[in-house]
Design a binder for this molecule. Structure first.
Ligand code: AMP
Ligand code: MG
Length: 400
């Protein structure tokens, strides 16, 4: 049996990074940049005032104090969006607004709060240094600079930066489309009455939401019965439609566990048992160059295996380089033992107390008890064979 780290590494090595596409600035949030972005313009494009105030020659107001003010004559008012008409000579100033273009002759701005306007003159009560309260051409970004490199995730600041560079379109990696299939004769979709022996199909909806959360585009392919021919048909259709396929159920050792057979028939199965709890039986393989994840049927196992394996894989496909959630240290608030030969990903509530994370498990941890995840905001990682007491430290990570 492979460890989580071994299995994940093997799996990630075989995951393709998707090709690129061009996207408009309003449709690229959350995508990963696939090109270098160079500034075609300076930011800011001209010297401008950082304050509402008066543009002065700093030598004119040298030594100015509250008790010993300087009086200057105001030649014009410069609003943001307009070019100055006058130049500022000795003994003169221009009233200027934040973001307005600096007039020739002036080299600093005195803020309005330390001035008093009287007719067409202004009394200045404080001196300023040369360049004070001025934002210079190209001080944020110089024309020609490389502003972002491939691999950068386009968040709101990056999109704002694109706009300030007059960049209306970028080359990004495609987001993966992901076909989702639940398997099992017992599964009933929402809205239909439950017949004896049947249960609700919960995994398909959970996987759908997980794909969305991981930045993928889910495609619902419905429920596959425990029938090899029909499952094969649905697999083929899924692979034709999507960049990846995720299934739930049918990967254990039961008589009706046919996902592995179909996967082996249509492509190549890479491994199917990982030393972890929940989620030991799982299948991973490739059909037509597209990754296929056979998640376990138990609802908690399905969600946890997605979190540990499928999420990083979908992120790699989308061009991300930072694939795993950060591991943090947390202090146990309860005793925990793991007699199993497999690492246990227990569902937990992580809270911060005095600069440290405290972990409390979320009650019964059976792999069918969805509530253990509904209550949790994180997973704590309990090594195989560990007997831990309240106060001991464990590795953990958040689920968001
Ligand atoms: P399997 O691996 O197919 O034997 O499924 C293991 C357990 O998970 C069984 O109790 C199934 O009924 C349950 N299960 C499988 N698929 C789903 C699903 N989509 N939603 C809820 N429970 C499921
Ligand atoms: Mg089944």
């Amino acid at each position: 049996m492979l460890s989580v780290e071994e299995a994940r590494q093997q799996m990630l090595e075989s995951i393709p990074i998707l090709p690129t596409e061009n996207r408009g600035i309003l449709e690229c949030s959350g995508y990963v940049l696939a090109e270098e972005l160079h500034a075609k313009e300076n930011i800011p494009p001209f010297d401008n005032s950082a304050m509402d105030g008066f543009a002065v020659r700093s030598t004119d107001v040298k030594g100015t104090t509250k008790e010993n003010p300087t009086v200057l004559s105001v030649v014009e008012t410069i609003a943001a969006g307009y070019a100055p008409k006058e130049q500022v000579s000795g003994g003169q100033t221009a009233r200027i607004m934040t973001g307005a273009m600096m007039p020739d002759g002036a080299d600093a701005v005195v803020m309005q709060e330390v001035t008093e306007l009287v007719g067409d003159e202004v009394k200045i009560f404080e001196s300023v240094e040369r360049n004070e309260n001025v934002r210079f051409t190209g001080e944020s970004v110089k024309k020609g600079d490389c502003v972002m490199s491939p691999g950068k995730v386009l968040r709101p600041p990056e999109i704002s930066m694109m706009a300030s560079l007059n960049c209306a379109e970028v080359t990004v990696h495609q987001k993966p489309t992901v076909a989702i299939v639940s398997t099992g004769d017992e599964l009933t979709p929402l809205g239909e009455p439950l017949k004896p022996g049947k249960i609700r199909d919960s995994n398909r909806y959970g996987m759908y939401a997980q794909v969305q959360n991981a930045g993928g585009i889910p495609i619902d392919m419905g429920i596959a019965p425990d029938d090899e021919t029909e499952t094969e048909r649905i697999f083929r259709e899924s692979i034709a439609k999507a960049d990846a396929l995720i299934t739930s159920g049918g990967v254990s050792v039961g008589e009706h566990d046919i996902v592995k057979n179909v996967l082996t028939k249509l492509g190549k199965m890479n491994f199917w048992r990982v030393a972890m709890k929940p989620g030991k039986p799982q299948a991973y393989g490739i059909i037509d160059g597209k990754p296929v994840f056979g998640l376990p049927g138990n609802p908690v196992s399905s969600l946890v295996v997605f979190e540990l394996f499928v999420r990083p894989a979908l992120m790699k496909m989308a061009g991300h380089t930072d694939l795993l959630r950060p591991t943090i240290k947390a202090i146990l608030e309860t005793d925990v033992t793991n007699k199993d030969g497999r690492v246990n990903y227990m569902r937990a509530i992580l809270t911060e107390k005095n600069g440290q994370y405290i972990a409390k498990t979320t009650g019964p941890q059976g792999s069918g008890i969805l509530h253990s995840l509904v209550l949790a905001n994180g997973l704590i990682i309990i090594p195989s064979g560990a007997t831990l007491q309240s106060g001991d430290t464990v590795d953990a990570h958040f689920l968001h």
